[in-house]
Design a protein around this ligand. Structure first.
Ligand code: SF4
Ligand code: FES
Length: 201
């Protein structure tokens, strides 16, 4: 077992666990958006930051991808962590001002406005890719992907053609942390199989 501390509490982790996995094992809350235990982490949202301290030295890392090590001193809610999370939430609000989920999360950190320019007032997607990973790794359908580049990057069906590969399981809707997939599901899936079954075709 790997022994270290989270918020000055002694913890033990299996080799290969991440800091986030260990924190969850001990019921210590770290906010996440792009993480789901069913798929590989991607480190896309950065919200799960924690601070590692050693004397006067410290650094901020993302806990969902940081492997546990003997003797770490991890702080999940230090002043530095809170400041970084507030900054990240300001950026997320500017990216997806229409997401009630993001606004509610930001409010928990006292963030109600953003210094960054809003790109699209209707924006809800933070491009975390969780829906894509669940569709590929859990469902095995590969019905959605990241399309476009740079400012045109978006989540959609390959070549933006509604995908027959979609089995209308709703997994992408369930895991989406911002409500964005609910607004775009009809553009992603083709004719839902469940409708075909009901119509007897
Ligand atoms: S639709 Fe949701 S899950 Fe998919 S990338 Fe956007 S925010 Fe993430
Ligand atoms: S939850 Fe760790 S980067 Fe998104």
């Amino acid at each position: 077992m790997v022994k270290f501390k989270i918020n000055d509490q002694e913890v033990e982790a299996q080799p290969g666990w991440t800091v986030l996995e260990t924190a969850r094992h001990y019921g210590i809350h770290i906010p996440t958006l792009c993480y789901h235990e069913a798929v590989e982490p991607s480190g896309a949202c950065r919200l799960c930051v924690v601070e590692l301290k050693d004397g006067d030295w410290s650094k901020v890392v993302i806990s969902c991808m940081y492997p546990v090590q003997e003797g770490l001193n991890v702080y999940t809610d230090s002043e530095r962590v809170t400041n970084v999370r507030r900054w990240i939430l300001e950026m997320l609000i500017s990216e997806c001002p229409a997401s009630e989920e993001i606004r509610a999360l930001a409010k928990e950190y006292g963030v109600n406005t953003t210094r960054f320019a809003e790109k699209d007032p209707e924006g809800q997607c933070i491009l975390c890719g969780l829906c894509v990973r669940v569709c590929a790794e859990v469902v095995g359908a590969d019905a959605i992907t990241t399309v476009g580049r740079g400012v045109h990057k978006a989540i959609g069906a390959p070549y933006m053609v509604p995908a027959d590969a979609c089995v209308a399981c709703g997994s992408c809707l369930t895991v989406c942390p911002t409500g964005a997939m609910a607004a775009r599901i009809d553009k992603v899936r083709g004719e839902p199989k469940v409708k075909l079954l009901r119509s007897g075709r």
